[in-house]
Ligand binder design. Structure first.
Ligand code: SF4
Length: 498
């Protein structure tokens, strides 16, 4: 399709402006349609002609069956970057690459060891680096006498103004500005970009009022202890310093850095100005002399574990301070956390139902939990119960023991495995030891059954009823039946509520 013509005849192609991909692409297309090889072409940058120039390539005859080849997008991307390179002539190189691609080397760009590819990649990298530096180091100065109008002077290494203009238009969309460079200028009027000829450094204001402010700020944030001049020169090469107001300060800041670090080193240590709170130091622990009400007040400020952080309040036990029976649950739930009372939610309602059926007054019991804050996980607006971990139970145990010591119940019935492990220790197995009596070191008798929340979690109505009967029968055995079978004094008096 693209056969070569004899190399003897030379042709010229003009690309204006030379960094424009569209301009170069149009010229390259004309050459391909005529089958002109890279060796036959002179690539010219300016539109001004010369008598010595070869005839324009558009005068060469078209191929018999001219066609426009499809070119990989990666090549166009590479070409648009390379064309901005100022030092090396990218146009002949790009046409050579294009010629090779359309003549069978479709995967040419994936061969980084090819000399042409390597050269193009190196050019593109230099342009990209310069683009990055221009974005970072352009400094606008206010135009005297005009409002919200700014000019910046910058000397890029490559012809990148068109390439970066859109970036500045987005970044400084709300002000009017111009960037002058030696070869080209760009202007933004708040609506559109326009490009013009290059300018001179003197056309941009030398400095403005903000500059002093910026220098003061820069000097205040300059940390001599973190100075790394090698890294600084890599990131901010000296050739860009002339664009940066802060650069005037750098020699002095760098010179004084050693002395300032030494002075910092010699200065006596200062205590931190902001007090760093220590949770453990400020968190109250049960005091031996406090009564139940004081204990409750102390627990409200407890920070011994993280559970307090995401809850509404501590949920302490409630009931007579001399109750003969203490029921210990696992932890407060969502309702309890909000209202501050134990067994106030659905599980508490089930407990109430069982107590009512057994003829036991809730008001005769001291009800509490092994853990006093609500452990949960948030899912949207819902707080889902999470079983407290062993460390939470351990951290909270002093409050439970404090309640037991002050109420001194005759019997303790734990509801669920967590409560049982808090009272009897981690060796307790609810499956094995349910509804059996144990004697605590102080002589108090204790046992355990399931938690009413476990009853509610059963999969269907039949299982829930079975589980409920088990729960209620355990309570009957532990709170009433035991006294009947042993002749002990009943732990609970009959109630008129039942
Ligand atoms: S859960 Fe218990 S230990 Fe943890 S902060 Fe609350 S009261 Fe203190």
């Amino acid at each position: 399709m693209h056969r070569r013509r004899p190399d003897a005849q030379r042709w010229s192609l003009r690309v204006d402006p030379p960094w424009s991909l569209d301009a170069w692409r149009g010229a390259a297309r004309e050459a391909l349609l005529r089958g002109l090889s890279p060796e036959q072409l002179d690539w010219l940058e300016s539109s001004a002609g010369s008598l010595l120039d070869a005839p324009a390539a558009t005068q060469a005859p078209l191929l018999e069956t001219p066609s426009v080849p499809h070119v990989p997008s990666a090549f166009l991307e590479l070409a648009s970057t390379c064309l901005c390179h100022a030092d090396a002539q990218p146009m002949p190189l790009l046409y050579r690459l294009l010629w090779r691609i359309v003549h069978g080397e479709r995967a040419l760009l994936s061969n980084p060891t090819d000399a042409d590819v390597l050269r193009a990649m190196t050019m593109a990298q230099a342009v990209r680096r310069d683009t990055h530096k221009m974005k970072a180091f352009v400094r606008f100065r206010e135009i005297p006498g005009e409002q919200d109008a700014f000019i910046a002077w910058f000397e890029p290494q490559h012809r990148i103004v068109d390439r970066v203009a859109a970036f500045f238009a987005r970044r400084f969309a709300g002000m009017r500005w111009a960037i002058l460079t030696p070869y080209r200028s760009v202007h933004w009027d708040g609506q559109a970009l326009s490009f013009g000829a290059g300018g001179h450094r003197e056309q941009a204001p030398a400095e403005d009022a903000r500059e002093t402010l910026w220098q003061t700020y820069y000097a205040s944030i300059f940390n001599p202890a973190r100075l790394n001049t090698r890294m600084m020169q890599q990131e901010m090469p000296a050739r860009y310093w002339r664009h940066l107001p802060e650069a005037q300060l750098l020699p002095g800041l760098i010179r004084d850095a050693g002395d300032r670090v030494q002075a910092m080193h010699d200065r006596p240590a200062q205590p931190p100005q902001r007090r760093i709170p220590s949770r453990r130091a400020t968190s109250p622990v049960p005091s031996p002399s406090s009564d139940l009400a004081t204990l409750q007040r102390q627990a409200a400020g407890c920070r011994q574990c993280p559970l307090w952080e995401s809850t509404t309040q501590v949920v302490f036990g409630e009931g007579p301070g001399d109750a003969r029976v203490m029921l210990v649950g696992e932890q407060p739930g969502d309702t309890e956390d909000l209202c501050g009372r134990p067994f106030a939610g659905p599980a508490g309602a089930l407990l109430d139902r069982a107590l009512s059926e057994l003829g036991i007054a809730r008001s005769a019991l001291y009800l509490t939990n092994a853990v006093k804050h609500f452990h949960h996980e948030r899912r949207g607006k819902v707080r889902l119960h999470k079983r407290p971990q062993g460390r939470h139970v351990q951290a909270c145990r002093p409050w439970l023991l404090g309640e037991i010591e002050r109420v001194r119940p005759e019997i303790i019935v734990c509801l669920g495995a967590t409560a049982a492990s808090a009272v009897f220790g981690s060796h307790f197995s609810l499956t094995r030891d349910r509804a059996r009596w144990h004697t605590l070191p102080d002589g108090t008798r204790g046992s355990a059954t399931v938690h009413p929340a476990w009853v509610l979690r059963q999969a269907d109505e039949v299982r829930r009823e079975d589980a409920y009967r088990l729960f209620r029968d355990d309570l009957r055995q532990l709170l009433i039946g035991d006294a009947e079978s042993t002749g002990r004094r009943p732990a609970l008096p009959p109630t008129s509520e039942g």
